[in-house]
Design a protein around this ligand. Structure first.
Ligand code: PHE
Length: 456
């Protein structure tokens, strides 16, 4: 069967960067950094990206482009008659489970973008303060967020809206949907982020915020910090689950895999760091604790923007930024199960898209409800939302990472790797040897140590 490919190198890279840069960079990375002591977390994160993330990214691109097939079939083609294809099946499951909570956050983002547009935050605070003038705007925003996220209908409807937007884009297919959307959204995201960074440099708390973010305080580092940073590196680069493998299958034959992986990882890390540069100085300028956890973006920031001159425009710019970043990542998560159903179960793009959207919507409803009326239903102390998040980033992604690196390091025919990384002997591929050694020993062993350490 002839398969879709991206129309241009730029389009393929834009889509891969679009997948990598997401809620992970702007929502999760800053709050995890805030909770794990700032600079030291950043350092471990960057090391994880360099020594684990980039080799895995190259490994996935190698598998994907060599097979030009979906995650499960790629393994079947490259290692026929073996069980390796289960790695691909697991990756697909991870994508669906992540979508089950990612779309909830994307729904919140959609709602908050709308509220920013209609200047609803200021009105909410004003209304609450007419009832009780003692209330600070931080209290009002915190109560407002917790009422919203734990309510039944509103977050579910916003989540359904975000799934609908994704489904419409996905129906357009790889070139007209994914690639075109990424090529428009990613530059827009860069412009919005730059505006916010310039604004942040002018804030009174800029130096303090940067000190918190960049000064490594190792007294806060525990085993948990390390697995969190590693899990976050995988999550943020979209590796260890087959997404980049699927995107690799759309890369053209003249794309330089190593260089592409390096630029994607650098851009992704740069954007996470810039998101920190936007968020931490804002917290310090307005006396807000950056260690607040997942609510950081939704409670702290509207509140910060409200107190800032020109805050309306900045707030809108910020939530549009989060929305664009989240949408392009969500599209990549959808692509994996959709292309699987299309190719393995001969479904049309439309039926496959609708099937995946329905499954994701059902999981999303469970995640959303688990933050409110369903919070009593727990597995090992985790509600459904946390379970989906932890199961994927602390367990399934490390296992996927180990399997993918072992596959390319030991199982994949060396001539295939050689052809993929030298583009059929047109490039030097100087990093081939260190990469193979890394994938054989360093990457799986390091992940295993951190993984087992976390279990104990
Ligand atoms: N990398 C995306 C982010 O940072 C999330 C994601 C994870 C997307 C896994 C695809 C696969 O938000």
């Amino acid at each position: 069967m002839s398969r879709a490919t991206f129309a241009s190198r730029l389009g393929a890279v834009a889509a891969a960067v679009g997948s990598a840069v997401g809620l992970g960079n702007i929502w999760r990375f800053p709050y995890e950094t805030g909770q794990n002591g700032g600079g030291a977390f950043l350092l471990i994160y960057v090391l994880s990206v360099m020594f684990l993330g980039i080799p895995l990214l190259i490994a996935e691109f190698t598998i994907g482009r060599s097979a030009h097939a979906n995650v499960s079939r790629a393994f079947k083609m490259l290692a026929p008659g073996t069980k390796w294809y289960l790695t691909g099946v697991m990756g697909m499951l991870v994508a669906v489970i992540i979508l089950g909570f990612y779309t909830v956050i994307l729904g919140w983002t959609l709602c908050y973008t709308w509220r920013a547009l209609t200047n609803d935050f200021a009105m909410t605070v004003a209304t609450a303060q007419t009832v009780d003038p003692q209330l600070s705007s931080a209290d009002v925003m915190a109560a407002d967020f917790s009422a919203f996220s734990s309510s039944v209908w509103s977050p579910i409807l916003w989540m359904a809206g975000s799934i609908l937007i994704n489904a419409v884009i996905m129906l357009g297919g790889v070139q007209k949907g994914l690639e075109r959307a990424s090529r428009i959204m990613m530059p827009a995201l860069a412009v919005l982020l730059l505006i916010l960074v310039v604004n942040s440099c002018l804030l009174p708390g800029f130096a303090k915020g940067c000190e918190f973010f960049f000064y490594p305080d190792f007294s806060k580092v525990t085993g948990r910090t390390i697995i969190t940073a590693m899990g976050q590196a995988f999550f943020s680069l979209s590796v260890a689950m087959g997404i980049m493998l699927a995107y690799g299958s759309y890369l053209g034959d003249n794309t330089k895999i190593g260089k592409t992986a390096l630029s994607i990882a650098s851009l992704d890390t740069l954007i996470a760091v810039l998101a920190g540069v936007v968020i931490f100085p804002a917290c310090y300028s307005y006396g807000i604790d950056p260690g607040k956890g997942p609510g950081l973006v939704f409670i702290t920031l509207p509140n910060v923007f409200m107190q800032m001159p020109g805050g309306y425009a900045m707030c809108l710019a910020f939530f549009m930024l989060v929305l664009l970043a989240g949408l392009t990542s969500c599209m990549s998560l959808f692509e994996v199960p959709i292309s699987y159903l299309q190719e393995e179960h001969r479904m049309s793009r439309r039926v496959a898209t609708m099937t995946v959207a329905l499954v994701v919507c059902s999981l999303g409803v469970l995640s959303s409800l688990s933050l409110g009326i369903g919070s009593g239903v727990t597995v090992l102390g985790n509600n459904f939302f946390d379970l989906a998040d932890k199961l994927t980033s602390l367990y399934m992604m490390p296992i996927g990472g180990i399997l993918i690196s072992l596959f390319v390091g030991w199982r994949l025919d060396r001539s295939i790797t050689h052809d993929a990384l030298t583009n059929w002997r047109n490039d030097s591929g100087w990093y081939l040897r260190p990469l193979i050694i890394g994938l054989r020993y360093v990457v799986p062993v390091l992940i295993a140590i951190v993984f087992v350490g976390n279990l104990i």
